[in-house]
Design a protein around this ligand. Structure first.
Ligand code: NAD
Length: 484
């Protein structure tokens, strides 16, 4: 029996697979526009059951030595490896991703859980740390304690992988979890329940509830039985989750939208610049929070770089994930297709200079395919320069000085990532220090190893995932001060 047969149409609650009782929701293959499954939405009552299970499981799970929790986590990654092909196939079918990108998602999820299993091993040693000070008669030490039962609300662009960024540190810290996958891409995230089952995790440690944001997501974010909501998605939804969390002063982690720049300086290697610029906005058909969709180019190299960019655009092979040689799939949903093509319409209304693409992909009768699109000399006031599009759409502006480039790069409400392309290391360091972004890349592709940090400045979010910061996000610090 394959992974999908086990999990389809289900929620995982207190160690059991249960059907939802709410509205019936279709899950669509974006390449064919046909349903690949249905599920009944988890009601507020089922969310309540899952939160209760997480609360009941918390004392036992948090009391285990962290190294023992790490053993369970490694059994979960073994289960994922055993179902690797099924999971890759589900990711391709449900998200329209090329095989290589789908494989990277599943491998990245395994690497992240394994990384935090290793951090759990270290956590036991750091659990109680004396504080050095000299006050006669006093001594203090800190204890790191798990936050409690926590909820995750997830997006559709990197199912499984984004969950692993939350699940790894939460389980390592000793938290129990309730996961709400995106209703657009529920399959691989629901597999976390199967992985927990195969690893023999105690009932209630990991629960999965499937449904829409308005019903299941809202019930989770408003639930007083959780100590934290860790959310990845749009800035708009992040704001409503922040409001809901205020009611009972829940902790929040928010990984939100972006409008990330690439800055190409006059000394850049132009072949590298062209490759990185398109990679940064073509990966996952541009549906990346860190898509480098604003290209700022020194005026002296703009024409030469644009020529190379157009060559890169022409090399893109749009296709369904099972098409030989395809390099870019469809957008993940009808809603996203309408959004991206809506921006192409706005560009026409604004009279933008479209160098290539600019419309729906006419060769496809079905599927949410759009043409990779390049706009030149986009005014600062354009909605395409200001707003997150989340598709394969790149906008170009020029600059004449380093100061101007930095000011333009920072002139946005977002601050998730940024990319610098220059052969001058001193300049790269100087510019990186001035950019308002959580992760800056210099002359490299946008990779996110689990040892690094992820999160945004300004309206791109609150908190950091990955690395030691990710683990800290699920730990409370308690100081005990005693008589010497
Ligand atoms: P979204 O905000 O529409 O949905 C995200 C999740 O929130 C879904 O599970 C949805 O069901 C749920 N949700 C919606 N309304 C809710 C509500 N009122 N209460 C509780 N839950 C609710 O985002 P999306 O369209 O799935 O994802 C795209 C967005 O995510 C983009 O803006 C992108 O930049 C952002 N994103 C950010 C990161 C990051 O690391 N910063 C990573 C991936 C995606």
């Amino acid at each position: 029996m394959g992974a999908r047969d086990v999990i389809i149409e289900k929620n995982f609650c207190n160690g059991k697979w249960v059907q939802g009782t709410g509205a019936r929701i279709a899950v669509i293959n974006p390449s064919t526009e046909q349903p690949i499954g249905h599920f009944n939405e988890a009601s507020a009552e089922l969310v309540d059951d899952a939160v209760r299970a997480a609360n009941e499981a918390f004392p036992g799970w948090s009391a285990l030595p962290a190294a023992e929790r790490a053993t369970y986590m490694r059994k979960m990654t073994a289960a994922i490896r055993d179902h690797f092909e099924d999971l890759v196939a589900m990711q391709m079918e449900n998200c329209g991703k090329p095989r290589g990108e789908a494989e990277a998602d599943i491998n990245g999820s395994v690497d992240c859980i394994d990384y935090f299993a290793d951090r759990a091993d270290e956590l036991d040693a750091r659990r109680q740390t004396p504080i050095e000070y000299d006050i006669p008669g006093y001594r203090s030490s800190t204890r790191l304690e798990p936050m409690g039962p926590v909820g995750f609300i997830l997006p559709w662009n990197f199912p499984m992988k984004i969950c692993s960024w939350k699940l790894g540190p939460a389980l390592a810290a000793g938290c129990t979890v309730v996961i709400k996958p995106s209703e657009v891409t529920p399959f691989t995230d629901t597999f976390w329940g199967r992985a927990a089952e195969l690893a023999g995790l105690p009932a209630g440690v990991l629960n999965v509830v499937n449904g829409t944001g308005a019903v299941t997501g809202a019930a989770l974010s408003e639930h007083p039985g959780l100590r934290k909501i860790s959310f990845t998605g749009s800035t708009r939804t992040g704001k409503s989750i922040m409001k809901a969390a205020a009611e009972d002063v829940k902790n929040i982690g928010l990984e939100l939208g972006g409008k990330s720049p690439t800055l190409v300086f006059e000394d850049a290697d132009l072949d590298l610049a062209a490759r990185l610029a398109v990679e940064g906005v073509f990966y996952n058909s541009g549906q990346c929070c860190n898509a480098t969709c604003r290209l700022l180019v020194h005026e002296s190299i703009k024409d030469a770089l644009t020529e190379k960019l157009i060559e890169e655009y022409k090399a893109v092979v749009l296709g369904t994930p099972d098409t030989d040689g395809m390099t870019m799939g469809p957008l993940a949903s009808k809603a996203q297709y309408d959004k991206v093509t809506g921006y192409q319409d706005i560009a026409r209304e604004e009279g933008l200079n479209c160098l290539i693409g600019g419309g729906r992909a006419a060769a496809f009768n079905t599927g949410y395919f759009v043409e990779p699109t390049l706009y030149d000399d986009v005014p600062k006031s354009s909605r395409l320069w200001q707003e997150e599009i989340f598709g394969p759409v790149l906008c170009i502006r020029t600059f004449s000085t380093e100061e101007e480039a930095i000011a333009e790069a920072n002139d946005t409400e977002y601050g998730l990532a940024a990319s610098i392309i220059t052969e001058d290391d001193e300049r790269a360091e100087r510019v990186a220090a001035q950019l308002e972004a959580g992760h800056v890349y210099n002359n490299v592709s946008v990779a996110i190893p689990p040892q690094t940090s992820w999160g945004g400045f300004k309206q791109s979010g609150i908190g950091r995932e990955l690395g030691p910061w990710g683990l800290a996000g699920f730990l409370e610090v308690k100081t005990v001060t005693s008589r010497q």
